[in-house]
Design a protein around this ligand. Structure first.
Ligand SMILES: [Zn+2]
Length: 291
């Protein structure tokens, strides 16, 4: 019996520490949703509270990693967290947005479009869709698509198969962008306080990036969510920053950290502002976020 219990605990701990690198870490998603909350219109904010499950306690940010928690229960949702290109630095929906079986629309860009459309039925006929889940998926996937390596190369699974050392610790390139850069920034600059990091990013939005905010929220297709554009930017940044000067077994340290952190912080800002903009349009038909 004791053996069995020990074995169960062992198994459980294995599950807990298994490398899980397919999304911004919890911190990344939390920051995106916290920033979005600051820009929600009153009407959107009311609709969001109405749709949130009770365990969220009225706070969108608290359920922004829910989609990662259900990845194994909802196996079909696993390919919705990313998109891969065939080794090129641009994104093309018809070429890239499919799962490993070639089924079209099954990628993070298709998912954002799909959940945006579902949420637009709020207040009317939701055709049997659970709009609470649609909201939690949308909030999560808008975060994911902004992580440059969530639009990476298929051959290395968005950097997952590129083993590197982050300073002295073994990691992989995808995990560096999901978790390690944020962790190091928290430790070095923000006394391990996530709220300080959010405040710093927020300050940049109202200050040095304020002129760019209008442009962040629009795209040529004038669709509610400009998911194609977000993925195009990500694969470009994956090439220009994430993959750049990195090889199998590279050691990444200060040079990489200091030059990539500003890129990552801006992606979190863009994801937050855009998530709010999308929700504002969905729930009020308003144009989105003003400075
Ligand atoms: Zn994810």
């Amino acid at each position: 019996m004791a053996y069995l219990l020990f074995f169960q605990i062992f198994l459980f701990s294995l599950i807990k520490i298994a490398p899980f690198s397919d999304a911004w870490g919890k911190e990344g998603h939390f920051m995106v949703c916290k920033i979005a909350e600051n820009y929600l219109s009153e009407k959107a904010s009311r609709a969001v509270s109405d749709l949130l499950p009770s365990e969220a306690g009225g706070d969108l940010a608290s359920v922004c990693s829910w989609a990662d928690e259900v990845r194994f229960r909802y196996r079909w949702s696993s390919p919705l967290h990313f998109v891969n290109t065939p080794g090129v630095c641009n994104f093309k929906y018809s070429r890239d947005c499919h799962n490993s079986k070639g089924e079209t629309d099954v990628c993070v860009v298709g998912a954002i479009n799909n959940y945006t459309a579902q949420l637009q039925s709020y207040g009317g006929d939701s055709s049997g869709n659970d709009l609470s889940e649609s909201l939690m998926f949308l909030a999560h996937f808008v975060g994911d698509v902004h992580q440059p390596l969530h639009a990476g190369f298929a051959a290395d699974e968005g950097g997952n198969t590129i083993t590197i050392h982050w300073y002295r610790r073994k990691s992989n390139l995808h995990h560096v962008w999901d978790v390690n850069i944020i962790e190091t920034a928290m430790k070095d600059f923000y006394s391990d306080d996530l709220n300080s990091m959010i405040e710093a990013i927020q300050m940049n939005i109202t200050d040095s990036w304020s002129d760019e905010i209008d442009q962040w929220q629009t795209c040529r297709s004038q669709s509610v969510a400009c998911a194609d554009k977000y993925a195009s930017e990500s694969i470009k940044q994956a090439c220009d920053y994430a993959y750049k000067d990195v090889e199998q077994d590279s050691t990444l340290g200060d040079d990489y950290f200091y030059s990539r952190l500003p890129v990552l912080e801006k992606r979190i800002a863009q994801a937050g502002v855009r998530l709010a903009a999308i929700l504002n349009v969905i729930f009020c038909g308003d144009s989105a976020v003003s400075k």
